[in-house]
Design a protein around this ligand. Structure first.
Ligand SMILES: [Zn+2]
Length: 175
């Protein structure tokens, strides 16, 4: 029986047969007049290419769609790549969603689990903020991450907007 990885590679070879070769980065940059980046969760139900059809944007996904230092690096990079012309605008959509896995865990639960399994790394585990939140705090976490990005000096001028995504209806709502 084919392994999981064999199945994935087989599906990829089928996909590649109809993959239209995209423009190069040089070609994309020549026509780019602004950048859009969607920050959202790693959850397989939360796929920006599905809930924002027919649009082109960069995507940054992590656990919960939370603020991180690598996100700041990524936004600064996409701005330089795609919004380098005078007047070109960069917009970031911060999207957190209902029924997020982050609402099914707490920071302490993850930390305690790691401390038990890897006692030698207890200090490291305790220092990580896993960014878990309660379902009722969804709007609050979005505002926190929008404000954290707005406070970044090197992202001055970037438009940061917050949204909830309802995983039952697929509806995106501005916060
Ligand atoms: Zn999630």
């Amino acid at each position: 029986m084919a392994s999981r990885m064999d199945q994935l590679l087989q599906a990829n070879s089928v996909f590649a047969q109809s993959w239209p070769t995209p423009p190069t980065m040089v070609q994309m940059r020549a026509v780019a007049d602004g950048a859009l980046l969607v920050l959202t969760c790693m959850d397989p139900r939360v796929v920006p290419e599905q809930f924002l059809p027919n649009a082109q944007f960069a995507v940054f996904r992590n656990a919960g769609g939370r603020y991180s230092s690598d996100l700041v690096r990524t936004i600064a990079t996409v701005r330089k790549l795609m919004a380098d012309k005078p007047g070109a605008k960069t917009t970031v959509m911060v999207v957190h969603h209902t029924d997020c896995g982050m609402t099914h865990l707490t920071n302490k639960e993850i930390q305690d689990d790691l401390v038990t399994k890897f006692p030698g790394s207890a200090e490291t585990a305790k220092e990580i903020d896993f960014g878990c939140f309660a379902e009722e705090d969804l709007v609050k976490t979005i505002k926190e991450d929008v404000e954290a990005l707005q406070a970044e000096e090197i992202l001055k001028g970037v438009e940061i907007l917050g949204f909830t995504l309802d995983t039952v209806t697929g509806i995106l709502s501005r916060v």
